[in-house]
Ligand binder design. Structure first.
Ligand SMILES: Nc1ncnc2c1ncn2[C@@H]1O[C@H](COP(=O)(O)OP(=O)(O)OP(=O)(O)O)[C@@H](O)[C@H]1O
Length: 463
């Protein structure tokens, strides 16, 4: 300790900006790195150096994805232990090895600072709450001594790489909170084969996307000054796989998906959200029929956008607002837009014209072929589970037979794939029971649907 106080301030400055040089010599005099670092910093303050400590700082805002990157890195490297002020939260997102753990806890640094070594450099990590309009928002700053921010960039690059490694074969879903994007979760990429659709339609959409993503296509768009983006409209009754298919597409393209629920939006928020979209992503606009978009321009093509605005009777997304973000400057290139609706007949032609919607795909209630595929999809054993050569052929034959009987019992275009799947899940342990109880399920669901229809009809008449 006596030694330390004899070190001149410029030498300490020099020492701190070097990878572990002088600090190495003195560290044994302290019980841990934080004490050592604190001593140095205090020492600086008390020495009245005349010139302030030269330092470079990297700041990270709460709503930027770099925040998740650095937090994950700090946590993965056990550095949250170094923080003297930590926060606890129930980990709802990260998978734990023990799926039975109820409400697993996760810790992270909270307001305050700590020091850590990175590639033999001493860095400080600090969280503060800063005023942003009407509320305070967390901000992280990482500081190193010295004028060069190179080591901070290196750290960020490491954080980014580790973060992306953890997201391999995953689809990250972003949802909106007010007017900013929030990472909701990262789910295993859903294979396209798990969404059961009319094969022709599925193929048509996939071919279109493939063609769009071809580098030659991009050049063509550019040569013709056409914005490089593609729009799809997926329409059909609830539970037919529109959202699931959109997620699968994002997974197949290794893109993140940004989901907007139109009913909970207004023009301003939608505009802000589109402005904050990254390049190269899938944007999913759900239930586009549910807003001002349902008000048609009518036959008068002369209607101006401001007419549409004034016609809108409630706060929400107006048709002009929606068209503006789809075409406007904040509409990023290199993106795939998917719009979904249960009511395509309510949509304005302006919204679905080519350029905004390039392909429309109808999702339908289960027909025979789909019911058959769903049955096999639910009950087919994974390859390794067949119990030996020879067994596989027999099991396949039996499965096909059961699927055929099941298919004959399910009426066509009455039940959604979601309903069929929910029923089969009840008999996951017994494919034969699923067939045996099928008639009863069909009768019950029929009745339920009739009652619901009658109630809706009555409600509409009273309304
Ligand atoms: N065609 C399908 N193939 C496989 N699974 C499906 C299909 N349709 C629905 N499902 C299953 O049913 C559930 C609901 O599906 P999904 O949310 O994709 O339907 P949707 O058409 O988007 O419904 P909504 O119009 O109500 O938003 C999901 O768990 C999904 O896995």
């Amino acid at each position: 300790m006596t030694l330390l106080s004899n070190v001149s301030p410029p030498l300490i400055q020099e020492a701190l900006s070097q990878p572990m040089s002088i600090l190495d010599l003195f560290l044994p005099g302290f019980s841990n790195i934080t004490n050592a670092a604190n001593w140095f910093i205090d020492h600086f303050k008390s020495q009245d150096l005349g010139s302030p400590l030269q330092a470079s700082t990297l700041r990270i805002k709460r709503h930027d994805e770099t925040y998740d990157m650095i937090q994950a890195w700090v946590s993965n490297h056990g550095l949250d232990d170094a923080a003297r002020c930590i926060r606890a939260k129930v980990n709802t997102k990260r998978r734990t090895h023990d799926a039975r753990t109820k409400k697993p806890l996760q810790y992270g640094p909270w307001e305050g600072a700590f020091y850590f070594w990175y590639r033999r450099y001493l860095l400080s990590y600090k969280t503060t709450l800063v005023d942003v309009g009407f509320h305070k928002e967390e901000q992280i700053s990482i500081t190193c001594v010295g004028r060069s921010s190179q080591i901070l960039k290196c750290l960020m690059e490491d954080c980014r790489r580790e973060y992306l490694d953890g997201l391999k074969n995953k689809t990250t879903i972003y949802v909106h909170r007010e007017n900013h994007w929030k990472k909701e979760k990262a789910v295993d990429a859903r294979p396209l084969t798990t969404v059961i659709l009319d094969e022709e339609q599925k193929g048509q959409l996939l071919n279109d996307i493939d063609k769009f993503l071809d580098p030659d296509t991009k050049i063509r768009y550019s040569n013709h000054s056409i914005p490089y983006k593609r729009g799809y409209l997926l329409h059909g009754p609830p539970g037919t796989g529109k959202t699931s298919f959109s997620l699968s597409i994002a997974g197949a393209l290794d893109m993140d998906i940004y989901v907007v629920s139109i009913p909970s939006m207004d023009d301003e928020k939608l505009n802000d959200l589109f402005g904050a979209l990254p390049d190269k992503c899938v944007v999913l606009l759900e239930d586009i029929d549910a807003a001002g978009a349902t008000w048609s321009r009518g036959s008068d093509a002369e209607d101006s956008d401001s007419d549409l605005e004034t016609r809108s009777p409630k706060k929400g997304v107006t048709l002009s607002g929606l068209l503006n973000v789809l075409d406007g400057v904040s509409s990023q290139d290199d993106r795939i837009l998917i719009m979904t609706t249960n009511h395509p007949e309510k949509l304005d032609d302006a919204l679905t014209r080519p350029g905004r919607v390039d392909l429309k795909i109808a999702f339908q209630l289960a027909n025979r072929s789909m019911a058959n595929k769903i049955y096999q999809f639910m009950f087919r054993q994974p390859e390794y589970d067949h119990g030996g050569i020879g067994q596989q052929g027999k099991q396949d034959e039996m499965m096909e037979e059961l699927a055929k009987t099941f298919t004959e019992k399910v009426p066509e275009f009455v039940f959604s794939p979601a309903e069929v799947i929910a029923y089969l899940q009840q008999h996951w342990d017994s494919p034969t029971d699923a067939v045996k109880h099928c008639d009863q399920w069909v009768d019950d669901l029929y009745k339920e649907k009739k009652v619901k229809k009658r109630a809706i009809g009555k409600g509409a008449r009273q309304g």
